[in-house]
Design a protein around this ligand. Structure first.
Ligand code: GLN
Length: 447
């Protein structure tokens, strides 16, 4: 009831696109009865969570922030959500996000923008903006988002909460509406690294419905500890030096690094040779994958269908033109171009090659270091409308977050104070693949 009251009170933030008020109350009552009857209770008993509008939950609408899925209802519950329900969570509603998780400001949603609770004139970040604001404003205890290039971590940073992107393949993508399948990860947004780790423990692990998911055993991430030795911490030199990063963020990052040094850790600057190639590689490959993934939304099988057209091609064209917003259309066009016969080698193949070089550079770095630290974002939350006219400016908001997805490594964003105006600042840590426990333990030390 407390969360439902707050969702109502903070309705102007537009964090939820649907609230399951009655259903959540009934579930809470059922859980109470179960406990009263002395039945065993789940690991997440009574935890109230929200789901980003890209996660399928049987018999509930799912829209991916888009008009093209008008009228669509999920026919099954995705693996991650099934596992959370099996541990007794209460799902309180569906959370607003950028259309098909494409965006860094939550302004591309067909359901209108989400507002940052720290300053409602500013964006919450994206694409899991509603999910981050819901935790920031206390509208639920935690949220489940998705992260293809930073969509859990960047909004977490803008909202002063914790966002965890696991290793690629750690959590099954079954039931997650695809954006770019070789990058997409489900990830929790929470108040603390501990809460995020508990959610990860429950969602992670092998699944027959997703062949890319790892069969490696899932350990107790929430109670993992750090090795008993000074940690070898690399930090991105550009993150604390570059003019492109806000002074407030550079300062906060430097202070945190000094504190780590003072605590006896080895803290060294590194430069990523491939830093200038991260965003181009990410945007070529993700738009290519998106153009393929989104071809299934054709006005015939799902959701919105254009009226008054008389032939099949016109039906496809008209339904897709009406159903998709401008950013999604831009990306489908870009991706289709990158995959077209005469440009495939120049763009797609080349980007795949560069992806491999970035991976090798990152692997080499992790032979010398335990973690790579950087700011989560180059600036705090910007104003609504500030970057909508210039997509390239918008893409720059992801400069520090995309590496983790390009190489498939886990990364966590934790709060690192505020700027003078009181806007949250985040710090990000990249860890070695499948070492989420160590990453979470280090994140606890950072907060
Ligand atoms: N902002 C990035 C993009 O627009 C990342 C989105 C995401 O992680 N889903 O692609």
């Amino acid at each position: 009831d407390q969360y439902l009251d707050r969702i109502h009170e903070f309705g102007h933030l537009n964090a939820f696109t649907e609230v399951y008020a009655e259903e959540a109350r009934q579930r809470a009552d059922a859980l109470d009865r179960k406990a009263a009857a002395g039945e065993p209770t789940g690991k997440l008993f009574g935890m109230v969570i929200g789901l980003k509008d890209v996660l399928c939950y049987q018999d509930h609408a799912v829209r991916a922030g888009s008009a093209i899925l008008d009228g669509f209802t999920a026919q099954f519950t995705g693996t991650a959500v099934q596992r959370l329900l099996a541990e007794d969570v209460i799902v309180i509603g569906r959370q607003n996000c950028d259309e098909f998780a494409m965006g860094s400001s939550n302004e591309s949603s067909a359901f209108g923008p989400v507002r940052n609770a720290a300053d409602p004139e500013r964006v919450p970040g994206g694409s899991s903006g509603g999910s981050a604001v819901a935790v920031q404003a206390g509208l639920c205890l935690a949220s489940i988002g998705s992260d293809t290039g930073g969509s859990v971590r960047q909004p977490a940073a803008f909202c002063g909460v914790v966002g965890l992107k696991p290793t690629y393949g750690r959590i099954s993508r079954w039931g997650l509406i695809a954006y770019a399948s070789s990058f997409d990860c489900i990830g929790p947004i929470a108040n603390t690294p501990h809460d995020a780790a508990l959610l990860l423990e429950v969602m992670a692990g092998a699944d027959a419905y997703d062949s890319t998911v790892s069969a490696k055993p899932v350990s107790a991430y929430a109670s993992a500890t750090l090795p008993d030795r000074p940690l070898r911490i690399a930090y991105l030199k550009d993150g604390v030096d570059s003019e492109g990063v806000d002074e407030s963020i550079r300062k906060a990052t430097r202070q945190k690094l000094d504190a780590l040094r003072a605590a006896g850790h080895i803290v060294e600057p590194v430069e990523l040779k491939n830093l200038p190639h991260l965003l181009p590689t990410y945007y070529i490959l993700t738009t290519a994958e998106a153009s393929s993934n989104l071809s299934r939304f054709d006005g015939v099988r799902y959701g919105h269908r254009a009226q008054g057209v008389t032939d099949l091609i016109a039906l496809y064209k008209q339904s897709r033109t009406e159903g998709f917003g401008a950013e999604v259309r831009r990306r489908i066009l870009l991706g289709t171009f990158a995959l077209s016969a005469s440009y495939y080698d120049a763009y797609y193949t080349k980007a795949q090659q560069v992806r491999r070089l970035i991976r090798e550079e990152t692997e080499e770095l992790f032979t010398k270091y335990d973690f790579l630290v950087s700011p989560t974002t180059p600036s705090p939350a910007f104003r609504l409308g500030e970057k909508t006219a210039d997509p390239l400016q918008m893409y720059l908001a992801d400069i520090f977050t995309v590496q983790a997805n390009v190489v498939g490594y886990p990364a966590i964003a934790v709060p690192n104070g505020t700027d003078e105006a009181g806007l949250p600042i985040g710090i990000q840590v990249l860890g070695a693949p499948f070492e989420e426990g160590k990453l979470v333990a280090f994140a606890k030390e950072l907060t």
